[in-house]
Design a protein around this ligand. Sequence first.
Ligand SMILES: [Zn+2]
Ligand SMILES: [Zn+2]
Length: 303
Amino acid sequence: MITSQQKAIHERALVLSQNFRKLESDLLSILQEVDREKVYLAFGFPSLFEYAKTALLLSDSNSYLLMSVARKAVQIPELKKEILLGNLSLSKAARIVSVITTENKDEWIRKASHLSKRELEREVVKEKPEDVRESTRQVSEDRLCLKLGISEAFLSKLKRVQTLLSSSQRKPVSMEEALEHSLDLYLERKDPVVKADRAEKKALCPGRKTGGMVHVAKREPLKASLKHQVFLRDRGQCGYTVHGRKCSSSAFVEIHHKIPVASGGQNQIENLITLCSAHHRYYHTQAPHRSFLAPQIKTGNRC
Ligand SMILES: [Zn+2]
Ligand SMILES: [Zn+2]
């Protein structure tokens, strides 16, 4: 027996869920525009994911789902349409992003709308066995659980490091310790910030004697000592700043000349800035924004 009050509540719930799907579909459309027009870069975010998370205040998982479906729906607009119609949930649409193509789209959309989440998972893994989404999850106050897909070769390398480390420490070590040790070794050798720190500690940085000004001929490659100063000053983080918000990404950072060498820019610390590769590319390809860093040199401001 359904009362008229229960029926009215149910109808309101139906309207809201329809609005919710419309909202998801609209969010997908706007994220496609944000992506196409590089809005996230202009606002100082290194990726669409960071923009969705930080600027739009969406959760990590919603940001990931919306971003992956928005990008795939550029080639396969049916994904967006089926979400709007309520035939496909956002999470199921995201689950088939790695396998759906313009040729097999009908088959995958049908599977995603009819199969349970677990059955769909099984089908996707059958099609693309190595598709493991890398993720981290907080499991206690100071511990995380890391999930990643690895190859047999990776596992044997990890076990080899584990054996070597166990014998050098004369006690059994965990996979985590073996992995951490390998990461430390890599960072020690390759991280420009660690290298710069080391160089400064050893006082082997000749640029310091000239007060950070290292004048060199045009087109000369940057000297290691100068790179060290830039990495130390910027802490290896992207310095793209807009409306007082700094990108600060430390992924794939590069050193950029604020005034290009071709326009008389020098290899001086004041003319150099660390940028993430996304912002570096953006700076060199988006003509209207090309002057965004240059005025800071004239006023003597740091980046
Ligand atoms: Zn550059
Ligand atoms: Zn950046």
